[in-house]
Ligand binder design. Structure first.
Ligand code: 76R
Length: 271
């Protein structure tokens, strides 16, 4: 068997979008169609039963695509094998790939550190002194929250919220607006404004930023889950005003999917 390709930390992530060819599908007999749907359902179950592996299934809102999958798993060899089988599962040429994106979960270099939180928020904003019970309790709470957050970024478990928005993005490298020639302090300060906007959507938007430098056309994949489509529109709009996005962000195509269980997904795409 093949040696697994597992990163030192984090998981591989594939976003896969397909068109469904109804003329190919209609060439299958009723028995073949039933067998094809069973093949895909069994494969989805097999993938979901693996440790540290998640597979989300979507109906895509417009003819940009018909169905979408988001696969999160450590081993790229395994992810690649599953991707090929997913593509073929309904029969040759029934699903044709229209867009895909490869990335990895990652922690961010701009994450708020305990020292920053202690200095800026607790001593600065809240006026607490080090060593007092309030200060120690607030630090403990911060460290718990961050441990959870950092773990989530590398090893996410995504909720079954109905709306999924995916788009790739990069930071601009053009003339005066070159993100990569800013100092770390400048970038960190700009990212601080971004995080404040982001945190105001807590409970309404679940965001997963996955890195794709060297893997795909852009530098990150942005996956947003929501319960209400208006929150997707609102956060993406509001972030356009943050300097990091206003000045430095470049975006690829946007996909809106609806998370559906497989039987409802079959019905949705008229299989
Ligand atoms: O608090 C912290 O320390 C983490 C804060 C944080 C980081 C480091 C954060 C918070 N993000 C970070 C990194 Mn984000 N994010 C996006 C987009 O459309 C656009 O304009 C941008 C697309 C959205 C919608 C979003 C949402 N973020 C990043 C990075 C990596 C930068 C790098 O490493 O160089 C990108 C590309 C990016 C883009 N961000 C949040 C959100 C939300 C909702 C949050 C709050 C999360 C929470 O606290 O629950």
């Amino acid at each position: 068997s093949v040696t697994p390709l597992v990163p030192r930390e984090g998981w591989h992530v594939m976003h896969l979008f397909y068109h469904l060819d109804h003329s190919q599908w209609s060439m299958l007999s009723a028995d073949e169609q039933r067998a094809a749907k069973t093949r895909l359902s069994t494969l989805v179950q097999e993938i979901r039963s693996q440790e540290d592996t998640h597979l989300l299934t979507f109906a895509v809102a417009t003819p940009k695509a018909d169905v979408g999958f988001m696969l999160l798993t450590p081993d790229l060899q395994q992810a690649n094998a599953w991707e090929k089988r997913l593509t073929l599962s309904l029969g040759p040429d029934v699903l044709s790939p229209v867009y895909s994106y490869l990335s990895q979960t990652e922690s961010s270099e701009y994450t708020t550190t305990s020292e920053q939180y202690a200095e800026n928020t607790l001593k600065g904003e809240k006026g607490l002194s080090e060593g007092t019970p309030e200060f120690e309790a607030a630090m403990k709470e911060f460290e718990e929250r961050m441990k959870h957050y950092l773990h989530h970024r590398l090893y996410p478990v995504l909720p079954d919220w109905p709306v999924m928005c995916f788009y790739p993005m990069s930071k601009r490298r053009m003339g005066e607006d070159n993100w990569y020639s800013l100092t770390f302090e400048e970038r960190k300060k700009l990212m601080g404004g971004h995080a404040r906007t982001g945190r105001s959507y807590s409970g309404r938007i679940l965001q997963l930023i996955t890195g794709s430098t060297g893997f795909d056309e852009h530098e990150w994949g942005v996956t947003l889950l929501a319960k209400d489509t208006i929150d997707i529109k609102a956060i993406v709009y509001e972030m356009r005003f943050d300097e990091v996005s206003a000045r430095y962000a470049e975006f690829g195509d946007f996909y809106i999917g609806m998370q559906l269980p497989l039987d409802q997904l079959f019905e949705r795409v008229c299989l």
